[in-house]
Design a binder for this molecule. Structure first.
Ligand SMILES: O=P(O)(O)OP(=O)(O)OP(=O)(O)OC[C@H]1O[C@@H](n2cnc3c(O)ncnc32)[C@H](O)[C@@H]1O
Ligand SMILES: [Mg+2]
Length: 199
């Protein structure tokens, strides 16, 4: 599908860090964007079993509620030695208060307890675009790297302070946000979205 010129796009996320990144990624395209938070949209329960299913249900809920196009992002950290955990549970590992210091410590603790030495991990992002009638399209991206402890840096959000992308030495918490926007899982999904929808 193509986004009609001059349309408004609702970014169906309640995560401020994510919304900031999606706004940055959309900035060059001259689309009017609104956040689900500022529109007071409810946060749907993420009952899907994959990133794509959860992205679709969030995009559709916002599109049907606002009768506009909506873009949702479901993403997370998949740690190889933990069989892909926390995966779709990445936000939930941070508890009700979304404490990522706690979530990152849980990852470190599990790796130690299970005697795992492999620190490989990836971030995964599924972007779902819904039209005002609930018709959806999904775009996926990944970035591969490894984890380092203790956490470093205060840029970004979530698990960024423990993730180092392949070929880098600094964590996503330490690098310039513009650099993260050029290589991240979200950037890679976004490139596909932009090519298909914004061209
Ligand atoms: O569902 P919405 O409202 O969009 O917000 P959320 O925070 O609940 O988002 P998800 O359900 O997609 O959960 C993904 C979690 O994975 C983590 N995550 C995703 N992308 C990340 C990134 O670029 N850097 C660090 N952590 C990331 C982050 O902690 C998110 O809370
Ligand atoms: Mg969520």
């Amino acid at each position: 599908m193509k986004l009609p010129k001059g349309c408004t796009l609702v970014v169906a996320s309640h995560n401020k860090g994510k919304v900031r990144e999606i706004f940055d990624l959309l900035a060059p395209y001259g689309i009017t964007v609104k956040g689900a938070g500022e529109l007071g949209l409810p946060e749907p329960e993420e009952t899907g079993t994959t990133f794509a299913e959860n992205a679709i249900l969030k995009a559709r809920a916002a599109a049907l509620a606002t009768k506009t196009y909506a873009l949702a992002d479901d993403s997370g950290l998949a740690v190889a030695a933990l069989d892909g955990s926390p995966g779709i549970y990445s936000a939930r590992w941070a508890g009700e208060t979304r404490d990522f210091t706690l979530a990152m410590a849980k990852v470190a603790r599990l790796l130690t307890e299970l005697n795992k030495t492999d620190r490989s991990a990836k971030f995964v992002c599924s972007l779902a675009l819904s039209d005002p009638d609930g018709k959806v399209e999904v775009f996926e991206g990944e970035v591969h790297g490894h984890l380092e402890f203790p956490p470093r840096g205060s840029n970004g959000f979530g698990y960024d302070p423990i993730f180092v992308a392949n070929g880098m030495h600094e964590t996503f918490g330490e690098i310039d946000p513009a650099l993260k926007h050029s290589i991240s899982h979200r950037a890679n999904a976004f490139k596909k979205f932009a090519a298909a929808v914004l061209a």
